[in-house]
Design a protein around this ligand. Structure first.
Ligand code: SF4
Length: 358
């Protein structure tokens, strides 16, 4: 009754909103596929997103509001939600446009950004605030070491816009919420407008763990604007960037609204290739050598892992245990019926999170 129609309205609203390509900080992720940006800029027909996808975008706003509510219960204060800036960017958004979200004109040769607000601490230090509510899978990546380059990119524009108005505010906190578990992670960054350099210097999480970082991003907005300008140039020449991925091996293609045209002539293109030829290229030969070597290493590692697996299962049998906890690992064995009905022994080895397990 409701489940089958509830997302349709979001799909209709989303269809109206996502029609036009605009260079903006939220799409400046340096890992974003340039070919995808070409398709968007050059108006290639795109596949419609499911209403569910728009719902995922929308619920980011609710998570942001919840986080802000919580922040205001701590000694920190949040203010200036959705403050906007127009940052000079020659060659972009030529002719300007009207931003419906904030009801304002964006001047030509500028890039327009909305920030999630400002955070004031007990010492009266102001920091730009950027909030992201993301799924468990993406969150885990950043929790365990990946850097959110797209968020750094977006924040660099916010800080640049802010410093054009008040050069004393040069830091930002990027707060990331796991929408599944409500865990939080934050990255603290510093931006210097004179050298257009951003440095991420600290990462904290809601388990009260802190890590010092030194991620140095020189000429960051210049580099990101350069990518947008490249898309403009390609559009003038009606060219497309090469695909940066191979088919079936990148999640970006799985979610791309142009994947239906990007890969549709692959078989025909293969059919046009020469069958066999000798390639006298040392670097190509070296790549093949490296691949072959690593493949052999992988096989050796798998063989060794299989031997260890047998030894560990035997050891657990000798100890008459289903689960063992060592100083660093938690080891478990089970019997299971596989698809053909045969009984097998399975092994699980997990590195312990000491505070959780003790
Ligand atoms: S399908 Fe993949 S390679 Fe092609 S434009 Fe989309 S993200 Fe880029």
């Amino acid at each position: 009754m409701i489940a089958d129609v509830i997302l349709d309205c979001l799909q209709l609203e989303g269809r109206e909103e996502d029609g036009v390509y605009r260079p903006r900080p939220s799409s400046s992720d340096p890992e974003k596929c340039l070919r995808q940006m070409d398709y968007n800029k050059q108006g290639y027909p795109k596949q419609e997103l499911q209403g569910r996808a728009y719902s995922i975008f929308n619920d980011g706003n609710f998570h942001e509001a919840l986080s802000i509510d919580l922040i205001n219960k701590t000694p920190y204060r949040h203010h200036s939600s959705q403050m906007t800036f127009n940052i000079p960017a020659k060659g972009l958004n030529i002719g300007g446009y009207f931003c419906k979200q904030c009801d304002s004109e964006v001047p030509s040769d500028h890039i327009h950004t909305h920030i999630d607000g400002m955070i004031l601490d007990l010492l009266d230090t102001e920091r730009l605030f950027e909030h992201k509510g993301i799924n468990h899978f993406s969150f885990q990546k950043y929790w365990s070491g990946d850097l959110p380059l797209g968020y750094f990119a977006q924040t660099s524009f916010g800080l640049r816009g802010l410093q054009l108005e008040d050069e004393n505010i040069n830091e930002a906190v990027i707060l990331i919420k796991n929408k599944n578990t409500s865990a939080y992670l934050e990255f603290l960054v510093y931006y210097d407008i004179k050298t257009d350099t951003m440095i991420c210097y600290e990462k904290n999480n809601s388990h009260k763990e802190k890590e010092e970082l030194f991620v140095y991003m020189p000429r960051i907005t210049e580099f990101l604007i350069g990518r947008f300008l490249e898309v403009e140039e390609y559009a003038k020449e009606k060219k497309l960037h090469d695909r940066p991925y191979i088919l079936g091996e990148n999640w970006q293609c799985d979610y791309c609204q142009w994947s239906h045209i990007c890969w549709d002539n692959l078989e025909e293109a293969y059919a046009l290739r020469t069958e066999t030829d000798y390639v006298n290229d040392q670097s190509f030969n070296h790549m093949c050598y490296e691949y072959d070597n690593n493949r052999a290493d992988e096989k050796r590692a798998k063989g060794y892992k299989d031997l260890l697996r047998v030894d560990l299962i035997k050891k657990m049998g000798g100890l008459k245990l289903k689960k063992a906890v060592t100083p660093e690992f938690s080891v478990s064995v089970k019997v299971k019926k596989n698809k053909s009905g045969n009984i097998t022994e399975t092994l699980g080895v997990r590195k312990r999170k000491i505070e959780e397990d003790d």
